[in-house]
Design a protein. Structure first.
Length: 139
């Protein structure tokens, strides 16, 4: 991975493509990339203990995504998802995300989470501990 790309992303997550990721054109279908985005970001948040998907009072809802595709990938490729925080709002976060195969960028986009109360689905402020973790990966 080039030094320029490494500076853009702060966290890296390995993903193995699955047989079911391929479509009839024998490459990973475009919608699957969004699953990779979601998996990388949420795995990080769970690992940092700022997201409890089963019992937490606050959950993140995806309100916007975008992806530009540069090169196709297919099962059984091994991918690296890099991401960083672009912007931290009061209740939302914009993540920049890149997907790499053998250090070559194959897709790039963004992912917006709005954090809401699990029961009411009303936006809730990002707590100080969570904000601190996000600041550490802000680029």
């Amino acid at each position: 991975m080039s030094l320029k790309i490494k500076k853009k992303f702060k966290v890296f997550f390995e993903i193995n493509t699955r047989w079911s990721d391929n479509d009839v054109y024998h490459h990973v279908n475009n919608v699957v990339y969004y699953s990779y985005f979601d998996t990388a970001v949420n795995s990080f948040l769970i690992e940092k203990k700022v997201l409890d998907i089963s019992n937490g009072k606050t959950i993140g809802l995806v309100v916007e995504t975008k992806c530009n595709y540069y090169h196709p990938v297919a099962f059984p490729d091994k991918l690296t998802v890099g991401f960083s925080v672009k912007k931290i709002g009061n209740t939302s976060v914009i993540y920049n995300i890149g997907i790499f195969k053998k250090n070559k960028i194959v897709a790039e986009g963004h992912f917006v989470h709005v954090y809401v109360n699990r029961k009411t689905r009303k936006p809730t402020k990002i707590n100080p501990r969570f904000r601190d973790i996000l600041q550490k990966i802000h680029a």
